[in-house]
Design a protein around this ligand. Structure first.
Ligand SMILES: C=CC1=C(C)c2cc3[nH]c(cc4nc(cc5[nH]c(cc1n2)c(C)c5CCC(=O)O)C(CCC(=O)O)=C4C)c(C)c3C=C
Ligand code: FE2
Ligand code: FE2
Length: 333
């Protein structure tokens, strides 16, 4: 039997890096959003309610009403290149490919929707990658984000006869390179504003409070990120949690309530940053840059600036080069 020249036994093996983000609908319409929400909210790492209880709620109240509402929200932030989350994650992968050179194959995937993790892992294997670093782009670890991304990758590997060797990127919530990237990005964005904010609010995606008591480190890691960012910056830094979902108690303080409290305390001009999101998305562009801004101004605030995520900025590429090179030690020179 003759093996094709690109068979992994013959071709020089390569190292791959798969950047993974949460996922997003293919289009800002109710059908696409419904498909996305069904997959996302069926993940038992995300909604930890017994299946028999949750599925009727999901397929009843939620999937009949939320897709239309969310599709409208998505349509307010959608770009020519598609969903912001996909646009920024793709741009990050392209910039990282250029930064890491030909010796490494850099690709990207989404935990829900497209491009899916299993498909990209197969493509990387077909391209000759026999060692792959999975890099879920979440600075703070959570079972609902980091763990489920890794779960999906390992489920894909379970179907492979010849698996690549795998490493996973640890959370980087307190890594000096992450704090330096945030500091530089925040200072650069603040310098470009036409006003000087009285304070900075760091808003993180929320989680049900019980996940903290069950041992999820997300809350503690977010608190540590804020402490380090506060030490690095020279203006007051507050912290809050956004994007509540469902009836359970979620982490506090909540973002819009925090903004209202800051106005009551005399803060008139605010900048908001979302350090838990690697890339801008619905939750930052619609919920914060549009809705939280309106809420702040309604409460009596005067100036509001949303400071974008690291996205594919030079700060981000410097950060990921540092983090990824460390994890690739021994695999590449
Ligand atoms: C039980 C529900 C949810 C948990 C837990 C949750 C955790 C969580 N999510 C992110 C990051 C993102 N979430 C995004 C959207 C989004 N999140 C939920 C629900 C939970 N998230 C929903 C229903 C949605 C969809 C939008 C909506 O209908 O409101 C996004 C943006 C996706 C996009 O397309 O732009 C991100 C990113 C983190 C980091 C996290 C826990 C730490
Ligand atoms: Fe979410
Ligand atoms: Fe939201």
């Amino acid at each position: 039997m003759t093996l094709p020249p690109d068979h992994p036994i013959i071709a020089a093996p390569k190292v791959g890096v798969l950047l993974v983000n949460l996922g997003t609908p293919d289009a800002p319409d109710p059908t696409s959003v419904r498909r996305y929400l069904r997959e996302f909210l069926s993940d038992r790492r995300v909604v930890e309610i017994p299946r028999l209880v949750w599925q009727p709620i999901l397929h009843g109240a939620i999937l009949t009403t939320r897709p239309k509402k969310s599709a409208h929200a998505y349509s307010q932030v959608w770009t020519e290149g598609g969903s912001p989350l996909a646009v920024h994650t793709r741009a990050t992968a392209q910039a990282m490919q250029a930064a890491m050179g030909d010796g490494v194959v850099v690709d990207w995937a989404m935990r829900y929707g497209n491009p899916d993790i299993a498909g990209r892992l197969s493509a990387m294997k077909a391209a000759g990658c026999d060692r792959i670093l999975l890099a879920p782009l979440y600075p703070q670890y959570s079972a609902a984000t980091t763990a489920t991304a890794n779960d999906a990758a390992f489920a894909a590997l379970a179907a492979m006869r010849w698996q690549p060797a795998i490493r996973t990127l640890p959370p980087y919530h307190d890594d000096p390179a992450y704090i330096a990237a945030l500091k530089s990005s925040v200072e650069r964005r603040l310098a470009a504003l036409d006003f000087a904010p009285d304070a900075l609010l760091a808003s993180f995606h929320g989680m049900p409070e019980r996940t903290l008591h069950l041992g999820d480190p997300y809350h503690c890691q977010s608190v540590k990120t804020v402490r380090l960012l506060r030490e690095a910056l020279s203006l007051p830094v507050h912290m809050s949690f956004q994007s509540r979902f469902g009836r359970a108690k979620w982490l506090e303080p909540e973002t819009e309530a925090t903004l209202a409290g800051l106005v009551r305390d005399g803060v008139r001009n605010i900048a908001v940053v979302t350090p838990g999101f690697a890339a801008d998305c619905l939750e930052t562009l619609e919920e914060i840059a549009l809705r939280a801004r309106d809420a702040f101004l309604r409460e009596g605030g005067e100036k509001f600036a949303y400071l974008p995520c690291l996205n594919a900025s030079t700060e981000a590429i410097t950060l990921y080069q540092r983090l990824l090179s460390r994890e690739l030690s021994g695999w590449i020179d």
